[in-house]
Design a protein around this ligand. Structure first.
Ligand code: SF4
Length: 329
């Protein structure tokens, strides 16, 4: 007797409820599902790992930081409400998943996308754009909405029975909640959460980096900590808010200019440059740093240099609150 082939699919897996349901549904229908999380500097995999484990899967994590950053400089379909290029981002993830198919002997790709659920990336025309841009349009299945979407190769070939797919659409979540209850899924991330590109404050800082042509991995990592100030077209200053910030900034500061006040413990400041800037700019940076050290009265010594060597010394006074606001990003 001929054995029926067990088809295998990659599931784009963010750790949100829809991605959990899509993976679980396909597994229940007899497919071998490999959930994949595409890591970028803006979205960490920890929660997705927990979500995958919660429904009995081991998550595959693939880093796409370099390609994602390149796309972010000029996404074909632009940005959502903040700095989230969701259409291009989904397309990039499907593209990478598609490229990995031969290596994992995968037959097609799925995601938890739901028609009409997100204003930017899940309108029917947006789902179509994602498919086209990914280069793998004919291999995509969106199990939660596939009954409402054009048939793709897995359906035409009979690998996937369209009747077993769902027809969920819109922003309501009642059907998804019901499915979660049925499968005992009790913990999941809120829709849209987890990505820094949807955060208003982070997006503002990122926009500044792009405006001044400074978008690279090190600069993006620095955006995650401290208070950010633009001192000139080429130079930014980042001042730690607390000890944890200071530690994280130090860890990223290799080769960059750092200012600190070892005699008067307080915040650390990192400049996003590896060249000691002119004195006027250094004075401004020192004044900003001192503004956030409440042990300072009058003029004090500030150490500076290329981290970890901060042996140079200058003397400075704290800037006023108004002056500080002028530079804040
Ligand atoms: S929310 Fe972030 S990770 Fe998700 S598709 Fe949009 S840009 Fe990509």
């Amino acid at each position: 007797m001929e054995m029926k082939k067990k088809y295998r699919c990659f599931a784009l897996f963010s750790g949100g409820l829809d991605s959990m349901l899509a993976a679980r549904l396909m597994q229940d229908l007899g497919y071998e599902v490999i959930p994949v999380f595409f890591r970028t500097p803006f979205f960490e995999p920890d929660q997705a790992r927990q979500a995958a484990a919660h429904i009995g899967f081991k998550l595959l994590v693939i880093d796409i930081s370099a390609e994602h950053l390149q796309m972010l400089g000029n996404p074909r379909y632009g940005f959502g409400k903040n700095f989230n290029p969701c259409i291009d981002c989904h397309a990039l993830m499907f593209h990478r998943a598609g490229e990995m198919m031969p290596e994992y002997a995968v037959d097609f790709l799925i995601s938890g996308e739901v028609v009409g659920q997100r204003p930017m990336s899940q309108r029917p025309d947006a789902l179509n754009a994602v498919g086209k841009l990914s280069g793998y349009k004919d291999l995509l299945i969106r199990p939660l909405s596939q009954k409402l979407l054009p048939d793709t190769l897995p359906i035409r070939e009979g690998w996937v029975d369209k009747e077993k797919m769902l027809a969920i659409q819109g922003r309501g979540r009642s059907r998804q909640m019901e499915m979660a209850r049925t499968w005992g899924i009790t913990s999941y991330r809120h829709p849209g959460g987890g990505c820094l590109l949807t955060d208003v404050v982070f997006s503002r800082k990122l926009r500044d980096l792009i405006k001044y042509g400074q978008l690279n991995l090190q600069q993006v990592e620095l955006l995650k900590y401290g208070r950010h100030f633009r001192l000139s077209a080429g130079v930014k200053l980042i001042v730690g808010r607390h000890e944890q910030d200071n530690d994280n900034l130090q860890a990223l500061a290799e080769g960059l200019v750092v200012l600190q006040t070892p005699a008067l413990p307080g915040p650390l400041a990192v400049m996003n440059t590896s060249e000691i800037p002119p004195t006027a700019l250094l004075q401004m940076a020192a004044g900003l740093l001192l503004r956030y050290n409440n042990k300072i009265i009058g003029k004090v010594q500030v150490n500076y240099g290329i981290w970890p060597h901060t042996d140079n010394i200058l003397s400075a006074e704290a800037l006023s609150s108004d002056e500080v606001e002028e530079y804040r990003i």
